[in-house]
Design a protein around this ligand. Structure first.
Ligand code: CAA
Length: 257
């Protein structure tokens, strides 16, 4: 595993840490490929039930690496399929991925956080899409995921003015799920991830798949998907165990089957 991306295992939680402090965790290929490999590793590990992606107290990630991009021509981006080629591994993860964001989450950093299933932020977090200041538009989903998360007004405001929003505003507008004091962010995120990882993994994956379907379908199609998936739960051993444990007033012992 490359040094700009570190991994740790905390019980059933896989932690991925972006570690490029000299550049405020700016996302170059080494970082993005490292995140992809770490996601591969935790997806393949049967012991892992939830993944956390974090940076440092100062920066989750201050965006795509500007030094790298400045000399790119259109053909460099088109022929290498810049972004699509390696940035979206988080999106295809079947296990839940939580972004634990402290400090700057700007441009591609904000976009990578939004690729995760939810964002927990420290009270020092700052989110923004400042690409317009560089003469480009957001390119890793900012113009698409932001309006879906916070609505058109706030998304337009952030993408057109490049202004940063703080954690309180990000929580108020629905970009982040929870805010914690900076020194508690990682512990609280790991705690929440451990809770998720304590549930039946196939059911966790079905919840994630069903919620994500809400973004890809009409209400009728989404409800049909939910209902079929709900019905399928009754073919899972963990459903028998979960309900038996409730009736017998004991903790369930899920087997991920
Ligand atoms: N790419 C490359 N290097 C970056 C960087 C980035 N996105 N962001 C910060 N750095 C580097 C700086 O160049 C600096 O390096 P040196 O010490 O070698 O000069 C180091 O990180 C520290 O940064 P600053 O000195 O600028 O720190 P600051 O506290 O004064 O400011 C900041 C912090 C406001 C985040 C500022 O660094 C900044 O504006 N960064 C750029 C943010 C940005 O525009 N992000 C969008 C990138 S485009 C993109 O992401 C496209 C996409 O959609 C995929």
């Amino acid at each position: 595993m490359s040094e700009v991306v570190l991994t740790e295992v905390h019980g059933k939680v896989g932690l991925i840490r972006i570690n490029r402090p000299d550049a405020l965790n700016a996302l170059n290929n080494e970082v993005v490929d490292g995140i992809g490999r770490a996601v591969d590793q935790f997806e393949a590990d049967e012991n892992i039930g939830c993944i956390v992606l974090t940076g440092s107290d100062k920066a989750f990630a201050a965006g795509a690496d500007i030094g790298l991009m400045k000399s790119y021509g259109y053909m460099d981006t088109y022929k290498t399929d810049f972004i699509t080629r390696n940035w979206e591994r988080i999106r295809s993860a079947r296990k839940p991925v939580i972004a634990a964001v402290s400090g700057f989450a700007l441009g591609g950093g904000c976009e990578v956080a939004m690729m995760c299933d939810m964002i927990y932020a420290s009270d020092t977090a700052k989110f923004g899409q400042p690409e317009i200041k560089l003469g480009i538009i957001p390119g890793a989903g900012g113009t698409q995921r932001l309006p879906r998360a916070v609505g058109k007004a706030k998304a337009m405001d952030m993408c057109l003015t490049a202004r940063m929003i703080d954690a309180a505003e990000a929580e108020r507008i629905g970009l982040v799920a929870r805010v914690f004091p900076v020194d508690q962010l990682l512990d609280e995120t790991l705690k929440s991830a451990a809770t998720i990882a304590s549930f039946s993994l196939p059911v966790v994956m079905m919840v994630k798949e069903s919620v994500n379907r809400a973004y890809e379908s009409s209400l009728n199609e989404g409800l049909l998907f939910e209902r079929r998936t709900f019905h399928a739960c009754f073919a899972i051993e963990d459903q028998k165990e979960g309900m038996a444990a409730f009736v017998e007033k004991r903790k369930p012992a899920f087997k991920n089957r």
